[in-house]
Design a protein around this ligand. Structure first.
Ligand SMILES: O=C(O)CCC(=O)C(=O)O
Ligand SMILES: [Fe+2]
Length: 290
């Protein structure tokens, strides 16, 4: 077993990203190490492990420590998947790179977007194909107080309105009509912290706003959230693995390559998002965060 004492976490920026070392995640992990890695993901949003050559079974065993593997809730496969039956996708990313070269949180059009996601580089272009992550805690925390007050009480509708045209022929086996309303500010189910929860790929409109009001408020929030101060960029090497928090961190896959790029991905099942006002009313859900 890998001993937790060896685990080292080196932050990449003050608000997002960290490199983990001193741990072999292809080997069985003791509970202390699992707890420390989980805490690092909650603290830094995206934790990177270098040089992790692993089988599919080892990738699945690693991710199972952090939740219940699931298929992407937007795929038709999610309609028939047995509970807890996860998938490992080997994704050639070029075909739908237009859809991921936008800041997004994965599949927020679903009722329960993934909680955490693991991604490992299998095949890379000679240069290019970096991925960026951004802290939606930092984005929220740095808005002016009157704006935070206003958005704490708002909700937004998420759908495939933008993704389907961007994916073109690559859009297959998807629940194209899926749409859900989520709070604009999400209370993180584990940390209890507030994070901005709208994104450029899936959020269609603010509920109760005119198209003009919705478009401009969302544009302001998106521009704010993609500030350099809240984001980082990772230059991949083959066998780098990242585990990230899909509740409070967004990501962006840079579309600057034309050759094959293959990433291996597993998702962990998430909860229905709730907002600050839901939390105060609901009580029960909020208590899980404290
Ligand atoms: O290709 C990447 O680096 C990430 C693509 C993406 O957005 C995802 O897998 O969720
Ligand atoms: Fe994504």
């Amino acid at each position: 077993m890998t001993r937790s004492k060896a685990l080292e976490i080196q932050p990449i920026t003050p608000v997002v990203g960290a490199v983990a070392s001193g741990v072999d995640i292809t080997a069985p992990l003791d509970p202390e190490t699992v707890r420390d890695i989980r805490q690092a993901v909650l603290d830094h949003g995206a934790v990177f492990f270098r040089g992790q050559a692993m089988s599919r079974e080892q990738m699945m065993a690693f991710t199972r420590h952090f939740g219940t593997p699931c298929v992407d809730p937007f795929s038709n496969a999610a309609l028939t998947a047995a509970p807890g039956r996860g998938a490992i996708y080997d994704m050639p990313t070029l075909a739908y790179s237009k859809a991921t070269a936008l800041w997004h949180i994965d599949s927020t059009l679903a009722a329960t977007p993934a909680s955490m996601i693991a991604l490992r580089a299998l095949e890379l272009p000679a240069v290019g194909g970096d991925t960026c992550w951004g802290s939606m805690y930092a984005a929220y925390d740095t808005l002016a107080e009157p704006i935070r007050d206003m958005i704490d009480g708002l909700s937004a509708e998420h759908s495939a309105f933008k993704v389907l045209p961007l994916m073109g022929a690559a859009a297959k086996e998807l629940q194209e009509e899926m749409r859900n309303i989520h709070p604009v500010v999400r209370v993180h189910p584990e940390t209890g912290r507030k994070a901005l929860f709208v994104n450029e790929l899936w959020t269609e409109s603010i509920v109760g706003f005119s198209p003009n009001e919705s478009t401009h408020l969302l544009a302001m929030l998106y521009e704010h959230a993609r500030s350099q101060e809240f984001t980082m960029r990772w230059k991949w090497s083959v066998n780098d693995l990242v585990l990230w928090d899909n509740c409070a961190f967004q990501h962006y896959a840079v579309r600057d390559y034309q050759t094959t790029r293959v990433m291996q991905k597993t998702l962990l099942a998430g909860d229905r998002p709730y907002g600050p006002r839901d939390a105060l009313r609901g009580g029960e859900q909020y208590s899980r965060a404290s």
